[in-house]
Design a protein around this ligand. Structure first.
Ligand code: TYM
Length: 333
């Protein structure tokens, strides 16, 4: 059966971008009987940049809580944290010997995060895409639902699989497909429509956090940057209006329709009318999720037990694949 794998880094709070670009889609795939679904809190990726130990534990539980509160059901999906399954690190090392430095040099996310000062970033930040390929291929996952920003990393995963298969003369690792569908797969920063909304942006006003309360959400949308023109009446009119397009895409993502539908209802209106409607919709969708997240975060033992059990199920799938990989490469074990 087609197998789905995806992950979120526990580094800082979760945003509306993570919710619309990832978690929401994960729940849909879980409910589709075609797929077996595996969802991971990728804690080993988080430490590519400094994480205070207490923050890492809290953020790991927060990501697990967000998944559960959004509808990931541990009886239907495997939910676990990466550090509990050592095969990720093992296969990650093997893949860092398959991937080429030239491939890593082309990763745009590394260039964005490292900036000019590449001497001072961790080696892990650079090698990160090889670990991500290992996360996916340790389960022979065929489908990876992600936001637009992860597309290049999934393509690199295919390159690693193809090179491994070619070098060892096997047909062992599958060619994984990224699944990037929906109106809000690239949610932008609320203050600058040319940058993506991220957990780590400097100002809290640029993002909606999944745990923000109703007043904060309303204030952030009210202050969100827009141009002065009214909403256009069709999607053609969104060209060269990145901030307008972003707010409309967010509305579409939250209400499960597309931008054209939103413009059918709001085309010609001003922002003074649209922004409060958007805030109301966001609160309606996020408030129950954040309330449940808070409840779960007060029960860390429950969260830890779910992740532990998920890790046991994940290991059962991973172990034979990892053993076979070692065998193909000629290791004596
Ligand atoms: P991370 O933790 O940065 O983000 C988790 C997921 O949220 C999506 N996302 C967004 N989608 C739309 N708009 C945004 N502004 C936005 N911000 C984040 C991301 O695309 C992602 O799907 N490298 C990955 C984690 C990872 C992974 C994996 C993913 C590690 N191993 C294996 C899939 C499979 C990352 O840093 O995601």
């Amino acid at each position: 059966t087609p197998r789905v794998f995806s992950g979120i880094k526990p580094s800082g709070g979760l945003t509306l971008g993570n919710y619309l670009g990832a978690i929401k889609r994960w729940v849909e795939m879980q409910e589709d009987p075609t797929y077996e679904t595996i969802y991971c809190v990728v804690d080993m990726h988080a430490v590519t940049v400094w994480q205070d130990p207490a923050d890492l534990s809290r953020a790991t539980r927060e990501v697990a809580a967000a998944m559960l509160a959004s509808g990931i059901d541990p009886t239907k999906s495997i939910l676990f944290n990466q550090a509990r399954v050592p095969g990720h690190a093992e296969l990650g090392w093997l893949f860092s010997c398959v991937a080429r430095v030239g491939w890593m040099n082309r990763m745009t996310q590394f260039k964005d995060k490292a900036g000019k000062n590449t001497e001072k970033v961790s080696l892990g930040l650079y090698a990160y895409p090889a670990l991500m390929a290992a996360d996916i291929l340790l389960y022979h996952a065929t489908h990876v639902p992600v936001g637009e920003d992860q597309k290049q990393h999934v393509e690199l995963t295919r390159d690693i699989a193809a090179k491994f298969n070619h070098d060892y003369g096997v047909d062992f690792f599958p060619m994984t497909e990224p699944v990037i569908e929906g109106p809000a797969m690239r949610v932008m920063n609320l203050r600058d429509g040319s940058k993506k909304m991220s957990k780590s942006g400097e100002s809290d006003m640029e993002r909606i956090n999944m745990l923000d309360d109703a007043d904060t959400i309303a204030k952030k949308f009210k202050k969100a940057r827009t141009d002065p023109a009214a909403l256009p009446t069709d999607i053609e009119g969104l060209k060269d209006r990145p901030e307008a397009k972003n707010l409309i895409d967010i509305y579409a993502g939250l209400s499960e329709c597309d931008a054209a539908d939103v413009l059918r209802d709001f085309g010609g209106e001003g922002w003074g009318k649209f922004k409060p409607a958007l805030a109301e919709l966001a609160v309606e969708k996020l408030a129950p999720v954040s309330a449940e997240m808070k409840r779960l975060l007060d029960a860390p033992d429950e969260l830890d037990a779910i992740m532990k059990q998920g890790a046991e199920r994940a290991s059962e799938i991973a172990e034979p694949i990892l053993s076979r990989t070692f065998e193909i490469m000629g290791f004596v074990r």
